[in-house]
Design a protein around this ligand. Structure first.
Ligand code: PMP
Length: 383
């Protein structure tokens, strides 16, 4: 693990910043009582720490209030909360053709309840055509557009703000999957046509695995019901947020670790992290493009988040990833939980090799990956 070069940050960032590790450890030592469940000082102390974490997240995303911030176990949970909490039989949903299974599977499952979806084609680098495509999928009963901000396979950035304007013009709500964008995109929800922002806490926000966020600007039916420490005599779930959507004992070490991750991003600056990662990606793309046999899928001028897919000729993506793993480089191969994106790109058979970077990666390591690939392809030719 020590000398591994880690390029699988789209799955979860690694390493985590030192303040995040410290916050998780300190939570176990100093915030050991259950927040909001008792009046004793230890419980109040934890509750205050969780509230501060909520305020940090609200400030970071430009939420209207800390109560709009819901802590979840991940982006998948956040998305399911919105889809299940808002849609009813007869509703129609528009998604994009590059959605992750965190969107694709729940909307597919909703068909059994009479809720149907259409996947809009996207046109990388041509926001106008992408927008027209979304518009052409809208129906009179379209209740919601659910759309990833960035493809977790190809990095392609979708014009979610323009799509949000379209949704609102047609009386629908806008749900953004920010799993790949949170931490590298300057969200200011007060100024954006987004009703629900769903994201992971453990990727670009550098929190521990098993953390996520939902910023809910509109009321929702809960996904699960249970104890909240508030209105305990009432059989009904409280109407107040965040209690309505946060039943059960919260993941306090995770939440406090996530808040430390968000502070890490705020201190470094989203724009500086994004610029660093973009430089790495540009360098990698240029060098890969000059490597014989390497196939890239996205034109260099298309706006992307720091995720890149490639293949070496017709070699199965898993074989290439295995070769890199043997050389100490962790990348992911296969379908990356996004079969729709692969069908759209024509890579459903081969899958792709995915490289995704974080604030902790260095340019020399990108060069190392290219050198290994070059040596390998050369040796394949001669053998
Ligand atoms: N959406 C996208 C675009 C993703 O990349 C991921 C994570 N691979 C998810 C949703 C699910 O995130 P989580 O693991 O936090 O549930």
């Amino acid at each position: 693990m020590e000398r591994m070069i880690y390029f699988d940050n789209s799955a979860t960032t690694f390493p985590k910043p030192e303040p995040v590790r410290r916050a998780v450890g300190q939570a176990l030592v100093y915030c050991g009582a259950n927040p909001g469940r008792a009046g004793h000082r230890a419980a109040m102390h934890t509750a205050e720490a969780v509230y501060r974490a909520r305020c940090t997240a609200a400030e970071f995303f430009g939420a209207d209030s800390p109560e709009q911030v819901i802590f979840t176990p991940g982006c998948t949970w956040s998305l399911n909360t919105v889809l299940r909490g808002r849609l009813k039989p007869g509703d129609h949903v528009v998604i994009s053709c590059v959605e992750h299974n965190a969107v694709y599977r729940p909307v597919s499952a909703l068909a059994a309840e009479g809720i149907h979806f259409t996947a809009a084609r996207i046109f990388p680098g041509d926001d106008g055509r992408t927008l027209e495509s979304f518009a052409s999928c809208m129906k009179s009963n379209t209740r919601m557009i659910v759309c990833t901000h960035g493809s977790n396979v190809f990095g392609i950035r979708l014009p979610v703000e323009q799509i949000g304007v379209l949704a609102h013009e047609r009386g629908a709500e806008m749900v953004v999957d920010g799993a790949q964008s949170a931490g590298v995109y300057p969200y200011d929800l007060k100024k954006m046509p987004i009703d629900f922002l769903c994201c992971s806490g453990h990727k670009g926000l550098y929190g521990p695995m098993g953390t996520g966020l939902l910023i809910a600007r509109t009321p929702l039916r809960p996904l699960i019901w249970g104890g909240t420490g508030s209105r305990s005599a009432d059989a009904n779930q409280p109407e107040e947020y965040p209690d309505r959507l946060e039943s059960g004992t919260p993941n306090v070490p995770g939440i406090l670790g996530l808040a430390a991750g968000i502070r890490f991003v705020m201190q470094k600056g989203t724009d500086r992290i994004a610029a660093h990662e973009e430089r790495l990606m540009r360098r990698l793309r240029q060098r890969l493009a000059q490597t014989g046999g390497v196939r890239l899928y996205v034109e260099p001028e298309v706006p992307c988040f720091p995720v890149l897919s490639f293949n070496v000729g017709d070699v199965p993506s898993e074989e290439t990833a295995e070769r890199l793993d043997r050389a100490g480089i962790a990348v992911r191969a296969g379908l990356h939980c996004a079969p729709l994106a692969h069908r759209w790109m024509g890579t459903a058979e081969q899958g792709t090799v995915r490289v995704s970077v974080s604030a902790f990666n260095h340019p020399e390591k990108c060069d190392r990956l290219v050198t290994i690939l070059k040596d390998w392809t050369k040796s394949k030719k001669t053998s």
